[in-house]
Design a protein around this ligand. Structure first.
Ligand code: KG4
Ligand code: ZN
Length: 335
């Protein structure tokens, strides 16, 4: 049996988790509220908040797991990609803890962790995917269609050539001045709106790649034209705007994903990353799976956005294959 302590600090959530083999024992998260007033994550403030949160968060993960520090066999941590100052807090903490306990470190790639969140078991009857698995990874910084042949054999079949899906949604929320982070706000408002009220075009991109920057720009121009004649346009059509914009993003995501699944013949499909919390995307992917009789894996809400449980499962499988990290390695900002 292997006990893993995992640490995630790549963006604005400080999180620590404990796993025993692939079984999750605890997952503690401290989200940072300080960024809301700025309409986006302020890197400097994020690093400072991680520094304040990391010790209490690790403490509660260990306590909630009901283990003792000496039970820990290895320490998994997110090495990148993410904000460098944020990563540095988690990486330094992991190194210090590793020296203090005399236990090895396992470095984890944040994107791989999102995908591997599907392999976390919470009980004996947790359902986990089989390989090959096709995964749509949609987060604030990335949008990729990945073909997994095993835990760490991930082939990128397509990806965004500019903005990420989460970024496209967050920017639309910013344009409408709805608050931050925009994803959950748009999701909530969209429930009251008509997804067909307005139409926004998505670009034609070859293969399985995506592009979202044009969509965001056309939304901006669309609103500018309407606002010139009706200053209260956003206020009056908020729900319809959210529903239509969200529907356009989700439609684009799902169409290509469905093509990729058909072309590869892979019958296990999953979504992962912050945007996989979106209710419209979740419904559409479930519906797609039913139509084709594919096995669909949609993460539990707490495993969609950043969390250390997913870092722990990735670290567990790496540790099993004998991969341990050097104490001198630095974090990386980009993949
Ligand atoms: O995976 P994540 O927590 O951080 C990154 O690795 O980027 O993803 C954050 C993204 C943000 O863009 C946020 O707006 C989006 O996930 N998000 C959502 C929802 N919840 C979070 N987007 C759409 N609908 C949601 N319900
Ligand atoms: Zn993430």
């Amino acid at each position: 049996m292997t006990t893993i302590l995992a640490i995630e600090s790549s963006c604005d959530d400080t999180s620590a988790a404990v796993l025993r083999d692939d079984r999750l024992l605890s997952n503690a998260i401290a989200s940072q509220k300080v960024h809301e007033q700025y309409g986006g994550v302020v890197p400097e403030l994020a690093s400072r908040a991680h520094q304040q949160n990391i010790v209490p968060v690790v403490d509660s993960a260990i306590k909630n797991a009901g283990i003792d520090r000496c039970d820990i066999d290895a320490i998994g941590f997110t090495r990148g990609p993410g904000l460098l100052g944020s990563l540095m807090v988690g990486v330094s903490f992991a190194k210090a803890f590793s020296i203090a306990l005399g236990k090895p470190l396992v470095e984890v790639n944040h994107l791989q962790a999102h995908v591997l969140s599907h392999f976390i078991r919470e009980s004996d009857d947790s359902r986990v995917p089989e390989f090959p698995l096709l995964c749509l990874l949609v987060s604030g910084g990335h949008t990729q269609i990945l073909l997994l042949r095993s835990y760490f054999d991930m082939e990128v079949l397509g990806q965004t050539i500019d903005d990420a899906a989460g970024e496209a949604i967050d920017k639309a929320a910013k344009i409408m001045d709805l608050g931050y982070p925009g994803g959950p706000i748009i999701d909530r408002l969209a429930k009251e709106g008509n997804p067909k009220a307005f139409s926004f075009a998505t670009p034609h991109i070859e293969g399985y790649d995506y592009s979202f920057s044009g969509l965001k720009t056309s939304f901006l121009y669309f609103l500018r034209d309407r606002l010139a004649e009706q200053p209260d346009f956003i206020e009056r059509h908020k729900a319809d705007l959210c529903a239509s914009y969200q529907n356009t993003v989700v439609d684009f995501l799902v169409k290509k994903f469905e093509h990729a699944a058909k072309a590869t013949g892979v019958r296990n499909v999953a979504i992962a990353g912050g945007v996989s919390a979106n209710s419209c995307l979740r419904n559409r992917v479930e519906e797609m799976g039913r139509r084709h009789r594919w096995q669909v894996f949609v993460p539990k809400m707490q495993f969609c956005t950043d969390n250390a449980a997913m870092v722990g499962i990735a670290a567990y499988y790496k540790f099993l294959s004998g991969e341990v990290a050097d104490l001198s390695l630095p974090p990386y900002a980009r993949n």
